[in-house]
Design a binder for this molecule. Structure first.
Ligand code: GLP
Length: 249
């Protein structure tokens, strides 16, 4: 399968189209009295999608009452209250502004330690399955070609687990942590198999600094060295890019 690309003039236009697709799915499920299971991402890439969804909630009455969400990843160790946590990010950008039931929000817990981590990861997978699997998975992409925090070397069969962050990933996160020494060395991330089991995947790529990794991901051979290339094997995956991110295709 070829990854389908749609290229927009800018990230606002692309984000609006993605938010509309998510809203339509939520409402279509609502009409059938069904839950809608969303896989959600952090980072700068999805911020405008979340802003648009909040706007639709406020101005158009879009309800998230039937939504169950699973976030891709969280730093380890990481306190929920910490401003750098993905827990904090998701509440700040989305959950605090919509009517999602807090019981339906799932984010890997960065406060677990020791043997409890393995149990927590298994439990996360179980919860996704119990919810019926992910209907729509939103992704960003890291410069290493990671999706979630599936760094180079990630196996296509990988499930939710602990991962050691790549040096480049920690360099990219350093400004938010006021220095690389403050960036956690590990994270909990959904696996490649977890992501690939979603029935629909949309990856967002904005800006020319993403152009080299977007080219490798879309045009390169499928390889664990660029984990996002696994997406080439997904039957319903679209990359939503701006002209900068698409500039090397
Ligand atoms: C982090 C996240 C990824 C995200 C990536 C890119 O490493 N774990 O899920 O896709 O950063 O971030 P940004 O969207 O800010 O470019």
């Amino acid at each position: 399968e070829k990854i389908h690309n749609t290229i927009f003039e800018n990230s606002s236009d692309g984000s609006a189209v993605v938010a509309k697709e998510i809203a339509d799915l939520i409402q279509q499920k609502q009409a059938n009295n069904e839950k809608c299971v969303l896989g959600l991402a952090t980072g700068s890439s999805p911020i405008r999608v979340y802003r648009e969804l909040v706007r639709m909630h406020n101005e158009e009455g879009l309800s998230f009452s039937n939504v169950i969400s699973f976030n891709l990843d969280e730093y380890l160790p990481m306190e929920k209250e910490n401003k750098q946590s993905y827990h904090f990010f998701m509440h700040e950008h989305l959950f605090d502004h919509i009517d999602i039931d807090p019981k339906n929000v799932h984010i890997p817990n960065g406060t677990v330690s020791g043997e409890a981590i393995i149990e927590h990861c298994l439990d996360y997978e179980k919860k996704i399955k119990a919810a019926g699997g992910i209907d729509f998975q939103l992704l960003g992409i890291g410069r290493t070609g990671h999706v979630g925090f599936n760094e180079p070397g990630s196996h296509h069969n990988s499930a939710t687990r602990v991962i050691t962050l790549d040096h480049i990933t920690r360099v990219d996160a350093a400004p938010a942590f006021l220095g690389i020494n403050n960036v956690p060395r590990r994270a909990i991330t959904m696996g490649i198999a977890t992501v690939m089991s979603a029935r629909r995947i949309v990856l967002l790529g904005w800006g020319s600094n993403k152009a080299p990794i977007i080219k490798k991901t879309v045009e390169g051979d499928i390889s664990s060295q660029v984990p996002a290339t696994y997406l080439q094997e997904h039957r319903n995956c679209t990359f939503v890019l701006d002209t900068g991110a698409a500039s090397e295709l």
